[in-house]
Write a protein that binds this ligand. Structure first.
Ligand code: ZN
Length: 295
């Protein structure tokens, strides 16, 4: 026969339930995704960034879509005993975001055409430049910068057998190109892109040295296919096909194109490419430290 619960037992049970609730509250708080905890009113800088910038490179508050540059090169930071590690801001995922990127330039054949089309459409892109080309065409680098586009480091000479001898030879080419960029613009970028892509060329050592020196490697998830002899129509079709196929990448679509010598078809296709993304309602952005990894 079950005992009838006494008033004392009922009170004890209530206390126990209340105690369990109180004890679990911190766990509930921790389970809320960090994104919901940290937005600050007037900027997109997060609490996480504020904490991390203590012993890290002090990136400018990048509330929208402005390129990020450093007034020091890596070796100047070392000389001055300044931090070289970058903070890790929350990646920006939008609904429909496209990052147009142009590699291997600048070139007098294509870069001015590309810049004119971008200006006409009032959009910004990111240019991963080669040291050898900016040595020859410093005014084009200056123009890219002055017109508000992003600039990234794409190695000095793009010659795989020299570049990919080791992680050290790789970063030496980045340093060399940074020095040239700095001599022209008085700033240098944090972002870099491995010629041919990191897959197949980077070992763990490459990723480690890039991180320790404050470089952000930027890949792509849509390729125009303009490294081939494809004509403008084919390039546009390649891009539309990959974009439609991978809608899960629309939050951060990163499109690879080229503005170096021999890529006139890319410049020719560009107005139609831009039209396609505009019609789909995409937001055109510049690559920054907030740009998510391509994959
Ligand atoms: Zn390249």
């Amino acid at each position: 026969m079950a005992n009838k619960p006494s008033l004392f037992n009922i009170i004890c049970s209530c206390c126990l339930i209340f105690f369990i609730f109180l004890a679990s509250t911190p766990l509930i708080t921790l389970a809320i995704p960090a994104t919901q905890l940290i937005p600050l009113a007037s900027t997109s800088q997060t609490v996480e960034e504020k904490v991390l910038t203590g012993n890290k490179v002090d990136l400018p508050v990048n509330s929208s879509d402005t390129p990020e540059y450093d007034i020091f090169t890596y070796s100047q930071r070392r000389e001055r005993n300044l931090p070289t590690l970058l903070p890790t801001p929350l990646p920006y995922y939008g609904t429909k975001v496209i990052y147009l990127t142009f590699d291997d330039g600048p070139s007098p054949e294509n870069t001015p055409t590309v810049l004119a089309i971008l200006k006409e459409n009032n959009i910004k892109a990111t240019f991963f430049v080669l040291g050898t080309e900016i040595e020859k065409y410093p005014d084009l680098l200056k123009r890219i910068y002055d017109e508000g586009h992003g600039i990234g480091n794409h190695s000095y000479n793009h010659i795989y057998r020299e570049l990919y001898q080791s992680a050290t030879t790789y970063v030496e080419q980045l340093h060399h190109t940074d020095d040239i960029i700095k001599s022209i613009l008085n700033v240098r970028p944090f972002i870099s892109r491995a010629p041919g892509g990191s897959a197949g060329s980077f070992t763990k050592a490459y990723w480690e040295i890039l991180k320790s020196q404050g470089y952000i490697e930027v890949g792509w998830n849509i390729s125009s296919g303009d490294a081939s002899n494809a004509k403008a129509d084919q390039l546009l079709n390649n891009i539309i096909f990959q974009t439609e196929k991978n809608k899960f990448l629309w939050s951060h679509a990163i499109l690879l194109m080229h503005d170096g010598k021999g890529h006139a078809e890319s410049a020719k296709a560009l107005p139609q490419i831009i039209k396609f993304y505009k019609e789909q309602g995409f937001d055109f952005r510049i690559i920054t430290s907030k740009t998510p990894p391509a994959w």
